[in-house]
Design a protein around this ligand. Sequence first.
Ligand SMILES: NC(=O)c1ccc[n+]([C@@H]2O[C@H](COP(=O)([O-])OP(=O)(O)OC[C@H]3O[C@@H](n4cnc5c(N)ncnc54)[C@H](OP(=O)(O)O)[C@@H]3O)[C@@H](O)[C@H]2O)c1
Length: 329
Amino acid sequence: MKQKLISVLISGFLLIGCLTGCNNGDVTSSGTEGNSPSSTTTDPSSSEGENSGAETSAPAFDFESKTVTLNSGYEMPIMGLGTYSLSDEECYNSVTALLEAGGRLVDTAHIYGNEAAVGRAIRDSDIPREEIFVITKLYPNQFANAEGAIEEALEKLGIGYIDMMLLHHPGDNDVEAYKVMEQAVEEGKIHSIGLSNWYVEELTEFLPQVTITPALVQNEIHPYYQENDVIPFIQEKGIVVQGWYPFGGRGHTAELLGDEVISAIAEDHNVTSAQVILLWNLQKGVVVIPGSSNPDHIRENLDLFGFELTDEEMERINALNRGEKHDWY
Ligand SMILES: NC(=O)c1ccc[n+]([C@@H]2O[C@H](COP(=O)([O-])OP(=O)(O)OC[C@H]3O[C@@H](n4cnc5c(N)ncnc54)[C@H](OP(=O)(O)O)[C@@H]3O)[C@@H](O)[C@H]2O)c1
């Protein structure tokens, strides 16, 4: 696995002309039919009915295309932009900066209040819809009327379909809400579905109750809170892991980005601490969605393929784990 990772990393390095994304937005067709599931994988429904916890394997990252193929059959970029706490204007500008820099993955949520701004930035770009991957989330207070909430998200985003919808947190009626998302997959309104803030215990209870295996679980992951027990548990089920708060979240970024170990590794590679943290995630098979309202940071956070962390450097960062959660969920 490690060798495979390294070999794909090396091939990634050869793609010098593709450092900030595989397409610079110069394609102007505006397909709205959506990206199809990969032809190398089976129909999305192939992931149905296998939720007894059966072990498969972690979906491998393709460092050349900078994507991972989800168990739903769809391809998702492995790094993108988080939009938590961004105002409408900041969000519109950040998504625009991301798309211009070649980034194609955006994470939003009903509770962030900026789905409409995400959709507007996407519609205003000349990038074909099917090249962009948008994740949004249903908040627990929407679970009782998930059908209406999905329609609301579709309307606010205004980009045809939703690439990925997650349940934001466990809560009352979560199984029922997930089943409504399964129905929306059947209807083509949503391509892939998943969970956020589900850990080992919650997943063990939840998975046997649903039909479509989640394609993704999004949880808090950073060098001070590494979830080393949870990540393999999820990946072994063929589910992709995505981390939130890669820099520790606002209020903690200075400490994490200024960490002595991370700063020393960054200096050795002539990169930034932010880039080291993001690549550490990718080399662990964790998709990254750093939040930013700064176009320079957004470009920097996409530029992760000119260096590689050695096993020893990965171990030094792994040793920083303090089990220190920076938010309650
Ligand atoms: N599912 C969940 O429950 C959940 C919870 C929290 C977050 N999330 C998702 O995860 C995403 C990431 O979390 P987050 O945005 O809250 O926190 P974060 O990514 O850990 O940190 C964001 C902070 O890092 C700074 N930053 C970004 N790039 C930088 C760089 N290259 N150098 C220096 N500073 C940099 C940003 O400042 P600038 O604006 O100045 O760049 C911002 O203050 C969210 O946006 C959201 O999409 C999900």
